[in-house]
Design a protein around this ligand. Structure first.
Ligand code: NDP
Length: 499
């Protein structure tokens, strides 16, 4: 029945290596699920290390043959635009495919698939910015630099934004002329595989985009160590990022990391209260709180604390949980049983640490929530910044509210975290807003606004939230090397040794 609703859903998904859909060499597969119901959705090939070797070989061959990298940039841009056009034609179907594999609400998936499309469109134009320079050199010499693709890229993405993260990684790498081995999360592999098929259909040559599916700890790790890979771009947990950086250092691969967060959301006494309340609700519960940039530490000035918390709870109660495919739903399912357990254990921990659960703290009631993985939007109050629930990433629909009394103190507390991905400030005093943005150690700061990403604006973290920026023109630099060429064009030969 689900297959009637979701046209792009296939019975099985294979690896994509050198433009061909192939079984794993072991013939093994794994199931992928619909988190909203817990039902098996489809089967996916489970790659072995030998499959990884094949994918790397295909990517290296495509790079060496210059199939893609030596195309005129304008032609690569045309193909990126074609990828975006095909995605636009299949927009509704891609959205539904993303919803059934991730459990996220349709409204959230729509925005994310649209952003994936716009990402390809942006990099289709950005190919024209790939340029070199010439420097003044002594008489008789001529110098130029050129940008070349960094090479074979391993791109490893998580389950919380399966299609959008794949697009964030593929689009700049393709624009720069790289070849790719994409490794989606095992919980959500199917939209990345579908996107790779669209790349082929749009004219990306065979071997330029390869997709391997299977265990991150096994084949992901092997890919990171592989001597045939030049760069690793990773999004996921901070501990995995550290492991990847250590392993990639063996072969001095280029590395970019987009990691976890515990982003502060600061509401001052002079904020527009209504906007701050609804913006803060969105800031945590969007994508069921499974967002690296979720504003999960909510600091509220003591003079408005009671009123703010009351209004926050009132608005949170209005959020509709339910069938992720319904356009009415605000909050979808949790990705897996394991993640559900983690979230609930943090809520229990909050109580042990002396905070109070003011709303939620359990699975929602009702027949539609009996199967699958669901958790109520949860509000924890009377928390302090030193509690583990305020320091560790919960990655679910759980906000921790902390009272503060002055500006200096709240800036200190906001920065008192190993993370530095995003932050938000709510105040009508613009000099205060910009005084604070200067002091906050975070890569993305929102002022009186809960939306953190727009194509073209750099996205990435400070501190242990990683390094490197995505989504912006400057991301192209992270997929290129600069080659400096100096030539002698004078008429007399040069003889520096005078021999
Ligand atoms: P993980 O780090 O476990 O997994 C992310 C990806 O890495 C998956 O494809 C996974 O494969 C793979 N992987 C796991 N272990 C290894 C390894 N040792 N070597 C190579 N690859 C590996 O994170 P989650 O999937 O659990 O994602 C949630 C986390 O990601 C959260 O902490 C969140 O904050 C962070 N995140 C950060 C974002 C950002 O932009 N900064 C965006 C989104 C999420 P497999 O699925 O097979 O295990």
């Amino acid at each position: 029945m689900l297959k009637e609703k979701v046209a792009l859903l296939k019975d099985e998904y294979k690896l994509l290596i050198n433009g061909e859909h192939v079984d794993s060499l072991s013939g093994e597969t794994f199931n992928t699920y619909n988190p909203a119901t817990g039902e098996i959705l489809t089967q996916v090939a489970k790659a072995t290390r030998q499959d990884v070797d094949k994918a790397v070989e295909a990517a290296q061959k495509a790079l060496d043959e210059g199939k893609w990298a030596r195309w005129p940039a304008v032609r690569r841009g045309q193909v990126l635009n074609r990828i975006a056009s095909i995605m636009r034609e299949r927009f509704d179907d891609l959205v539904k495919l993303e919803v059934v594999n991730s459990g996220k609400a349709l409204s959230a998936a729509k925005g994310q698939v649209m952003q994936a499309i716009e990402d390809f469109e942006m990099y289709a134009g950005a190919v024209y910015t790939l340029s070199g320079s010439t420097k003044p050199v002594p008489k008789g010499f001529f110098h130029y630099t050129k940008k070349e693709p960094v090479g074979v890229c391993a791109q490893i993405v998580p389950w919380n934004y399966p299609l959008m993260m794949a697009a964030w990684k593929l689009a700049p790498a393709l624009a720069a002329g790289c070849t790719i081995i994409l490794k989606p999360a095992s919980l959500t592999p199917i939209t990345a595989l579908t996107l790779a098929d669209i790349c082929l259909e749009a004219g990306v040559p065979a071997g330029v985009v390869n997709v391997i599916t299977g265990s991150g700890a096994d084949i992901g790790s092997y890919l990171v160590e592989h001597p045939g890979v030049d760069k690793v771009a990773f999004t996921g947990e901070t501990t995995t990022g550290k492991d990847i950086m250590a392993k990639a250092s063996e072969t001095l691969k280029r590395v970019t990391l987009e990691l976890g967060g515990k982003s502060p959301n600061i509401v001052f006494e002079d904020a527009d209260l209504e906007s701050a309340v609804v913006g803060s609700v969105f800031g945590i519960y969007y994508n069921t709180g499974q967002s690296c940039e979720a504003r999960s530490r909510l600091f509220v000035h003591e003079s408005i604390y009671e009123e703010f918390v009351e209004k926050f709870i009132e608005k949170t109660k209005q959020l509709k949980l339910g069938d992720p495919l319904s356009p009415e739903t605000h909050v979808g399912a949790i990705i897996s049983a394991g993640q559900l357990d983690t979230i609930h254990s943090y809520v229990e921990l909050a109580k042990e640490e002396g905070a109070q659960v003011a709303l939620g703290g359990q699975r929602p009631k009702g027949a539609e929530f009996e199967n699958g993985y669901w958790y109520q939007p949860t509000v924890i109050v009377d928390a302090t910044n030193d509690m583990r629930v305020a320091r560790e990433e919960i990655f679910g629909p759980v906000v921790v509210i902390i009272k503060f009394s002055d500006e200096k103190e709240v800036v200190h507390q906001a920065n008192d975290s190993i993370y530095g991905l995003a932050a938000a400030v709510w105040t009508q005093n613009h000099s205060r807003a910009h005084r604070i943005t200067e002091q906050l150690k975070a890569g993305i700061i929102m002022v009186n606004n809960p939306i953190s990403t727009f194509p073209g604006l750099p996205f990435g973290g400070y501190k242990q939230s990683g390094f490197g920026r995505e989504l912006a023109i400057e991301s192209l630099d992270l997929y290129t090397e600069t080659k400096s060429v100096v030539s002698y064009v004078g008429s007399k030969s040069i003889n520096p040794f005078g021999i």
